[in-house]
Design a protein around this ligand. Sequence first.
Ligand SMILES: [Fe+2]
Length: 180
Amino acid sequence: MKFPSHISLSQETREELIELLNTCLATAIDLHWQVKQAHWNVRGRQFISRHELFDTVADHVRKHADEFAERAGALGGYAEGTIRLAARNSELDEYDLKAISGEEHVRALVDRVSTYAASIRQGIHRGEKLDDPVTVDLFTRILGEIEQDLWFLESHLYGSPQASRTASTSVEVPEGLPPV
Ligand SMILES: [Fe+2]
């Protein structure tokens, strides 16, 4: 705990929430720059649509980082948001630096964005256990946005052979629709 806070939660609860928020902050900062890496380096078919989609996702994630940091601050915490702190605390693997085609970048981003979304979903459960509806609401809003971005990204893989193998384990296609 770094700063005073008059929010009516115990110090232990606030400390746990701040740690949770700082992990999400680190992951969001890492993800933001990974998505930018894709935005700058993507080539090939559908270049513009993917270049622009990646920038939209990066903008969303950059705003998430700001929201995590400011909630940590409101709870009396110190926001750990430098690049070096983010690299140390992020839950993501390094970006796929060999990715070139749109599909390779989309695949790498689906992997990282889904890890980020899963982490935020866990944050909602943790926030509920700690009885802090404000942090839960923040996580819930952010999860809704990032899961929509995940849908936009993974829709670019629809029909690709590798996507079929992945999807067949988890997606049931309704009758009358083409197989994924
Ligand atoms: Fe740009």
